[in-house]
Design a binder for this molecule. Structure first.
Ligand code: ZN
Length: 442
């Protein structure tokens, strides 16, 4: 086996410490968002200090013949370089079960070309572009994004830039030196904003002033998946192989569009529309959003026994929220079924945390606040569910990380002494956790 050495290309970027620190209110807002979103695992985050320790490198890596252009903090760069060397071949099936074609008013979409069974893998893909979640203020964004996209080989560049219809004058080929063919400076940044996926990288947590684990990634094919509030598939990210998998949640017929949900399930149509409009800039016209409520409810409920392989035991058929939730396996089903992806529930809960942050981000623009009430409860629920999954996987490092976050949240909301003792016992001896290592191996 020949490993392709990664190609490093350093670009000259001014170090953050040479510039003025950002205004205090900006730091306060960002600190608030990062510290209180457990997905980042950075409870003592300090944006001003964080920026002083960032130093970035632009590099390209080769994953099985496809190029991945990265703009990464130097503390993270080596992690991706090592993984690129370990996974040089393409992970996906050689005969794709889908094609990309016109999805009417949604632009292009992913459509099944063969029958895909429930829980069948539709596609597995490495990212084509990775950038930090949060960038230091001294990074020249337009220059960085332009260089990143133009590093891609021609076919990947054409696919990546056709992901958006934001600008009618988007480049179909790499811009030449002629000024007239250059895209607007914000083109690539807008493209990443609306098409990138939040991924975690395995950033060590015990390093001072470390990079946050969440990053943004662009995928040439899987970024084509359109949203539905009643999706037939789900993404799951695996940071140990740097791959995003698309898995069917129920049987998909040839000709069906393969859809995922960009947001956590919610029965509140108005809230779904607001989150989608704020975060992604579109009004959802999926079946769940456009059919009369009684019809959408009956179709959703009807879908569960007929189309989903998941049992109804935990479904409350009176609620369309539970109907949507039931498209994911329950914790018990996931533990018992080794054919389900290891990270399917973990990623669903992490995505939910990410979306809560997106909603907070918009509401925090005027008044910074610590999550309270229903938001805090939702965060606690997702954090504890993630810890439980890592416990079932017997993953000591991640289990301790998420139990520590859950414990801190409980302490903040006034946990009883007994609860603290239980959390401490699990932290010191993970195997005492009730469902420790209970997921069946594949
Ligand atoms: Zn919808």
């Amino acid at each position: 086996m020949t490993l392709c050495p990664p190609k490093y290309e350093e670009i000259a970027l001014e170090r953050a410490e040479t510039t003025k620190p950002p205004p205090t209110p900006v730091c306060a807002d960002i600190n608030n968002q990062i510290r209180h979103n457990p997905a980042h695992n950075y409870p003592d985050f300090d944006f001003a200090a964080y920026m002083r320790y960032r130093s970035y490198t632009l590099s390209t890596f080769n994953f099985g013949g496809s190029t991945c252009a990265c703009f990464l903090d130097n503390g993270v760069h080596g992690i991706v370089a090592n993984l690129a060397a370990q996974f040089p071949s393409t992970p996906s099936p050689t005969t794709p079960s889908f094609k990309i074609r016109d999805a009417k008013d949604k632009g292009l979409g992913v459509f099944a070309t063969t029958s895909i069974p429930s829980r069948g893998t539709v596609f597995i893909e490495h990212p084509t572009i990775i950038t930090p979640y949060l960038l230091g203020v001294s990074v020249p964004l337009a220059e960085m994004y332009t260089e990143l996209f133009e590093t891609l080989p021609k076919p990947a560049f054409a696919l990546a830039t056709s992901l958006t219809t934001l600008h009618q004058d988007s480049p179909k080929t790499k811009p030449s030196s002629q000024v007239s063919s250059l895209p607007p400076p914000s083109f690539y940044e807008d493209l990443m904003q609306t098409n990138s996926v939040a991924i975690d990288l395995q950033v060590p947590c015990d390093v001072p002033h470390r990079e946050i684990v969440t990053h943004r990634a662009l995928f040439l094919l899987l970024s084509r998946c359109n949203h539905s509030c009643n999706p037939n598939a789900a993404w799951s990210w695996d940071s140990s192989t740097l791959t995003l998998s698309l898995t069917a949640l129920r049987p998909i017929s040839p000709g069906d569009e393969v859809t995922i949900s960009y947001i956590p399930p919610s029965p509140d149509h108005t809230m779904r529309q607001r989150v989608l409009q704020n975060a992604y800039g579109f009004d959802c016209t999926c079946e769940a959003c456009t059919l009369p409520p009684y019809e959408a409810n009956s179709r959703n409920t009807a879908n569960i026994p007929e189309k989903s392989a998941i049992e109804e035991d935990n479904c409350d058929s009176d609620s369309d929220e539970s109907a949507v939730y039931c498209l994911l396996p329950t914790f018990e089903e996931w533990c018992a079924d080794p054919t389900l992806p290891d990270h399917i529930l973990i990623n669903a809960h992490k995505n939910a945390l990410y979306e809560i942050e997106l909603q907070n981000l918009h509401s925090l623009q005027s008044t910074p606040s610590i999550p309270t009430g229903a938001t805090a409860q939702a965060i606690d629920h997702h954090v504890e569910a993630i810890a439980m999954c890592y416990g079932a996987l017997g993953d000591v490092m991640n289990f301790r990380k998420w139990i520590a976050i859950a414990k801190e949240a409980r302490v903040r909301s006034g946990a009883h002494r007994e609860q603290k003792i239980v959390f401490n016992r699990w932290l010191s001896n993970p195997s005492s956790f009730p469902v420790w290592d209970s997921r069946k191996p594949y």
